[in-house]
Design a protein around this ligand. Structure first.
Ligand SMILES: [Zn+2]
Length: 152
């Protein structure tokens, strides 16, 4: 990959999006404690085919790319291993966390790297640890409905 070239306006939009998303995550986290949640993990490619998710997924991928290129102020990272995105550590999986029974629906979207997504370790275990670490969720409150990232 050569040096990324991003126009000033594109970088400004991405940075504004980065700040909005940070604020959204903060609000989500403050709402989530002791609530029951649904956790869904799947491949990014599958999520891109979901019309409800596609714009959020592409936004998240743009922020991951902005981390690699240094175009955003924050460092976006894998939800499981907390390593920042690099050319060698690219997002492959997507996790959504939705609080059950909250209207309007509130879902958090986060990405999982190729290393974690294809490791022989149980991805659900890594996700459960991340939920406790980042969101303060006990695993008993989480319902894991899907886990298709694991390697065959
Ligand atoms: Zn990872």
């Amino acid at each position: 990959m050569g040096a990324a070239v991003m126009s000033k306006s594109a970088r400004a939009r991405l940075r504004a999006h980065d700040r909005r998303e940070c604020a959204m995550v903060e609000k989500f986290v403050s709402n989530i404690s002791a609530k029951r949640i649904i956790v869904l993990t799947r491949l990014i490619l599958d999520a891109l085919c979901d019309p409800d998710l596609v714009s959020k997924v592409t936004d998240s991928l743009a922020l991951a790319a902005g981390t690699v290129s240094g175009d955003i102020e924050t460092k976006r990272q894998c939800f499981v291993c907390c390593q920042p995105w690099t050319a060698d550590r690219a997002p492959i999986g997507l996790m959504t966390v939705e609080i059950i029974g909250v209207r309007p629906r509130q879902a958090l979207i986060t990405l999982i790297c190729n290393w974690c997504g294809t490791s022989t370790e149980d991805i659900a275990e890594g996700v459960a640890k991340g939920l406790e670490r980042d969101l303060g969720c006990k695993r008993e409150t989480a319902q894991f409905i899907h886990d298709p990232i694991e390697a065959d």
